[in-house]
Design a protein around this ligand. Structure first.
Ligand SMILES: C[S@@+](CC[C@H](N)C(=O)[O-])C[C@H]1O[C@@H](n2cnc3c(N)ncnc32)[C@H](O)[C@@H]1O
Length: 258
């Protein structure tokens, strides 16, 4: 099941390896967080790629995630300066009650697409609406529907990279393949990590991540059902216009009537 993909320490460490150099969206969330007066709330904060950036920039953040293994890595990365800025919360974004409101809530990368049914998406958005302050914004980045490759040819396994294994003397290779279900709007990536030790012995770890593609108008209707409205839609984390050529969409939503 997708939501368990990062649910042990090895998987959480692999997540960090895959995304260690990804920083395209950090200034976007920092900019929004600077406008708020409350801490920001990140849904699906994982190992803290964004949350740690905010804390290092002097901003307070609540990092909510359902995986204790991801949150444990985040906590291990805190130092004296960032510890007082980050609060971790182990909770499901579909059902949480923090009894406070936030000027910024956000869901980075494709995290919102880990919610695989309309019911799950709606439950999460209703939680967002309950926790958003009157003037607050919810920001989420999703893949653009038109940029997704929906071809359902049997997917070949692609070798993405081979590098020195940070855990030992051998190598670590990442491979992946993708399977799609167009009718269900689902795409499953199978991620294969092969660790080859100095003696040539290979140990394989396989993770599956399923995302539900969601179009802008579907998202708009879901937000409306949760009491939220789209204020702006962008075609990337640089806040460029959303066009036919956009790979992702960044949605900025507010409470209805706010
Ligand atoms: C792709 S990672 C993104 C981590 C981080 N936001 C980033 O941008 O690097 C997705 C995270 O969402 C978490 N997650 C998935 N489903 C969740 C849910 N229903 N409630 C809370 N967290 C969830 C996973 O545990 C994982 O840490």
């Amino acid at each position: 099941m997708t939501l368990d993909a990062w649910d042990d320490d090895e998987a959480a460490a692999l997540y960090d390896l895959v995304y260690e150099h990804y920083d395209d969206d950090l200034s976007l969330y920092e900019e929004f967080a600077r406008r708020g007066e409350t801490p920001a709330l990140e849904l699906g904060a994982g190992t803290g790629r964004v949350a740690l950036h905010l804390a290092r920039a002097g901003l307070d953040v609540v990092a909510l995630d359902s995986s204790p293994w991801m949150l444990r890595r985040l906590e291990a990365a805190l130092d004296d300066a960032t510890r007082r800025r980050v609060r971790t919360v182990e909770a499901d974004m579909r059902n949480f009650d923090l009894r406070e409101t936030f000027d910024l809530m956000f869901c980075a990368l494709d995290t919102f697409e880990l919610l695989l049914t309309a019911d799950d998406q709606l439950s999460a958005l209703r939680c967002v609406a309950r926790h958003l302050s009157r003037g607050g914004v919810f920001v989420a980045e999703l893949r653009s529907l038109t940029a997704i490759d929906w071809s359902d040819e049997p997917a070949a396994l692609q070798l993405e990279w081979v590098r020195q294994d940070p855990q030992g003397g051998g190598t670590l290779a990442k491979m992946s393949s993708i399977a799609v279900s167009r009718a269900a709007q689902l795409m499953t990536s199978t991620l294969i990590f092969d660790r080859t030790d100095a003696g040539g012995v290979v140990r394989r770890r396989t993770l599956e991540v399923t995302l539900r593609a969601t179009g802008r108008f579907e998202l708009e209707l879901l937000l409306a059902r949760a009491g939220l409205r789209i204020e702006s839609l962008y075609g990337g984390t640089d806040l460029s216009p959303f066009t036919d050529a956009s790979d992702t969409m960044v949605v900025v939503a507010r409470l209805e009537g706010a």
